[in-house]
Design a protein around this ligand. Sequence first.
Ligand SMILES: Cc1cc2nc3c(=O)[nH]c(=O)nc-3n(C[C@H](O)[C@H](O)[C@H](O)COP(=O)(O)OP(=O)(O)OC[C@H]3O[C@@H](n4cnc5c(N)ncnc54)[C@H](O)[C@@H]3O)c2cc1C
Length: 402
Amino acid sequence: MAVESPAHIVVVGAGTIGIEAALYARFLGYQVTLLDSGDVGASLRKWGHVRMFTPFGANCTRLGRSALAAQYDDPALPPDDQYVTAGEYLDKYLQPLAESDLVANCVKRHHTVVSIARSSQTKTENLGLPERGETPLITLAKDQQGHEHVFESDIVLDCSGVGGQPNFIGGGGSPAVGELAARPHFETGLIDASGQDANRFANQQILVIGAGHSAATNICQLSVLARETLETHVTWVTREAKANGQTGPVAVIQDDPLPQRKHLAGEANQLIVDEAGHLDHWPETTVKSIHFEPQNSHFHVTLDGKHAGIHTFDRVVANVGYRPNLEMLKELQLDLCPHTDGIKSLIQPEPNFYLLGSKSYGRDSSYLVADGFDQIRRVFAIIGDRENLDLYAEPPGSSNLA
Ligand SMILES: Cc1cc2nc3c(=O)[nH]c(=O)nc-3n(C[C@H](O)[C@H](O)[C@H](O)COP(=O)(O)OP(=O)(O)OC[C@H]3O[C@@H](n4cnc5c(N)ncnc54)[C@H](O)[C@@H]3O)c2cc1C
């Protein structure tokens, strides 16, 4: 059944998809509250120095462009085929969009959502019955002062991403011994080795764990630093030795439609051969325990597998993927994939609750911004019960954008 505007929609997370979803909803006349635990685009800012592997044209929508054109005399957007950094994408597109008239007054920064539930019905009640949708959804958020705020709405779109929940480094996905205590001292993101992190990493013994695109990005960046500062040494630990016929552990997607992504994977693998003096690759190895010594800021790491032993490092960078925060959804009726914790379908047993963006993919890191745009289009067609509703469609006769 259609939920007509001006119903109230709470959007959780002001990242790429939260902002676009809020814009879409406002355009259709819904009341929107957009909550973020930090500032707009906070998670993108963490890797602001990294060049995206999809071109700008794939990361923006026709609706977003229209909103910017209506708001600003010269939005000065990058060309569609340009590969901008995450910081440029934020500054030139997402931030101005969040400040545009349609979205600005919906945004509540520094509101961390701790729970989404249904008013007066627990998870165990009315499974699959129409009564389940008859009471509003209640979103509880905490602000920076610790004050709690309750938002009642007809619909919730959870676009809170996965960036806030890095996976554990233990071989089986659970915390390695000592990891919980050591965590605040090691890195889980993208190092700006030629910028703000250069001094911290130069001439250090560095351990990098993982074989995904984030690890590949860090290996490439740290290799440049190691060439320039000769005492820098990187040890790269991966579970696998080689991915699908490659010279190294990073999987290269055959026929990858994104040449920049393919290039990144190949480059990281090749560095194992080219940078043998600065970079050691230790395959078929996992982390058993990690202890941080505050007196000298060293990590003592016990490895298991082919390179078993105890080793000391100055810096540890764990790039072992992310998982969704499901804790805040515990009172909702969800049907998630047992492999990935992602959604199996946009329509969940819980009426009028939708997971969108990277969180909807759970631990599956293949998600792209363009997938989220497609979800937004589909979800508003479902909400409005209008199969052909598509605000991203190009008017007949014009060129084709997202
Ligand atoms: C290094 C890296 C490079 C990538 N490059 C590309 C690329 O080139 N092209 C591409 O298509 N995709 C890329 N991706 C994948 C993906 O598109 C991005 O991660 C994208 O930013 C995900 O968007 P999102 O809106 O789902 O989540 P995010 O952008 O992570 O936004 C989530 C927001 O929710 C907020 N939040 C989290 N928890 C809460 C809470 N409890 N309460 C309130 N707010 C909360 C966060 O502060 C954040 O602002 C990349 C990912 C990474 C990590």
